[in-house]
Design a protein around this ligand. Structure first.
Ligand SMILES: Cc1ncc(COP(=O)(O)O)c(C=O)c1O
Length: 445
């Protein structure tokens, strides 16, 4: 399919993408370097991406697609923002990696600590991914409290560390392997599970495990069972429970950090955790994670304290350059109102069109993060998300891709709007959705 200017917009894998996928499967497990990129739950094979700019992706088949994956969250400023690209190129000319102290790391740490409420007056350590940030923060919480047990929520995803691969969301949920093979029972015996948005369950869990819980880790806005906001009082309740029981409250803001507000969900909802994990946007598209928080806790990390955590490439100058420039632009341009408005227009438009076509549908939006769920009732937790009409989502995904809109290939993922999603782009997305919802009224062929 092509538009009136002759531009190809059918994003389904064409002959070149299919040939590449064939080849990929011969040398890469499943042909993908992260399982969330597989199309197993929606069918078909993935289009291969040649380039990305602004709100658009160009596939190896020559199609131009409107992107709502945003490299799974980092692309708040759109793809290949010229100032970020320039900062990375400049840094590259001065050396790709030092493995030694550099001024940029100090500037970056100061920027991060100034922006995220729980890090103000505290300390931050740079790592290379969200997974590293969460596993390091949990080791630290255990080292700090001298306790072993941790609580996570059902359907929460915090990366692929052994202790966290229990009832995990995102790709683990999509592929039906929320508890991974290869994780020894011992690695997860201290991981306790509670449903998201259920303060009574969290309270009961703390009471049943008195004096043994080191930390609760939670995405303050769930993003890996689709986007689900916290119900009023939930985050405040977790804060109070941690204080009452001497446990560390960890917000995993890998997805929500610099996304749902400049200072993340903790700023938006006014609840300050003890430790915060960051990733995605903080690296501006380069591999960066970070964890930080209260000085008294962070001072337990080596070389100051006995909790060990290290990284050859941590604080890599290219990654730091991308992150610094991204945060600088965020502060300079303050894009959050515009992002929120664009996302509201999109999500309202989707809901209206679904209703008009009689498709059971509900949606959530927090800032520029959103999910449309194929279920009429509101989704409050992972159990609700699992009750969505997944085959219908798969058909919707395929129809949107054919109409030039690239969505995550799973109902259990959030969508992301960037500053490059202008009104015309949103309008084109809604026109595509209208066609997709109309097609869903008819039984699958
Ligand atoms: C909330 C959250 N935490 C942690 C991670 C893991 O981050 P990474 O994939 O960079 O290891 C993710 C990844 O999607 C995430 O969404």
């Amino acid at each position: 399919m092509s538009d009136t200017h002759g531009q190809v917009i059918d994003g389904r894998a064409g002959s070149r993408s299919r040939a590449l996928f064939e080849r990929a499967q011969r040398s890469i497990p499943g042909g993908v370097n992260s399982p969330v990129r597989a199309f197993s739950s929606v069918g078909g094979s993935p289009p291969f991406i040649r380039s990305a700019r602004g709100a658009q992706l160009v596939t190896e088949d020559g199609a131009t697609l409107i992107d709502y994956v945003g490299t799974w969250g980092p692309a708040l400023l759109g793809h290949a923002h010229p100032e970020v690209v320039e900062a990375v190129c400049k840094a590259a000319r001065d050396g790709l990696s030092f493995g030694a102290c550099a001024a940029g790391e100090v500037d970056f740490a100061e920027q991060i600590c100034a922006l995220v409420p729980s890090l103000r007056g505290g300390l931050v350590r740079l790592v290379n991914s969200g997974t590293e940030a969460t596993m390091s923060a949990l080791r630290l919480a255990r080292g700090y409290t001298g306790r072993s047990k941790i609580i996570k929520v059902d359907g929460g995803y915090h990366g692929h560390a052994d202790m966290l691969l229990v009832a995990a969301g995102s790709g683990a949920a999509t592929l039906g392997i929320p508890g991974s093979a290869g994780v020894p029972a011992g690695a997860v015996q201290d991981t306790l599970l509670v449903p998201f948005n259920d303060l009574d369950a969290a309270t009961a869990c703390f009471h049943a495990n008195r004096d043994s819980i080191a930390a609760i880790i939670v995405e303050p806005v769930a993003g890996n069972m689709g986007c689900i906001p916290p119900v009023p009082g939930y985050l405040e309740g977790l804060r109070a429970l941690c204080e009452q029981h001497g446990a560390v409250l960890i917000f995993d803001e890998v997805m929500t950090g610099f996304r749902v507000a400049r200072g993340g969900a903790q700023e938006r909802f006014g609840v300050t955790p003890d430790l915060t994990c960051l990733g995605k946007i903080v690296g501006g598209g380069m591999p960066v994670g970070a964890y930080g928080g209260k000085r008294a806790i962070m001072e337990r990390i080596a070389p100051l304290g006995p909790v060990y955590q290290a990284g050859t490439l941590s604080g890599n100058p290219l990654a730091v350059a991308a992150g610094r420039k991204t945060l600088e632009i965020i502060v300079r341009d303050d894009p959050y109102d515009a992002l929120e408005q664009a996302t509201t227009e999109l999500v309202r438009g989707l809901a209206e069109r679904a209703l008009r076509h009689g498709i059971p549908f509900s949606s959530h939006q927090v800032g520029s993060m959103f999910t449309g769920f194929f279920r009429a009732e509101a989704v409050r937790n992972y159990a609700d998300a699992k009750a969505c009409d997944l085959p219908r989502f798969a058909r919707y995904h395929g129809a949107m891709l054919a109409a030039g809109v690239y969505l995550a290939p799973s109902q259990f993922e959030a969508g992301f709007v960037s500053i490059a999603h202008d009104p015309a782009t949103i309008g084109r997305t809604l026109a595509a959705a209208d066609g997709a919802f109309a097609a869903l009224r008819h039984p699958a062929e």
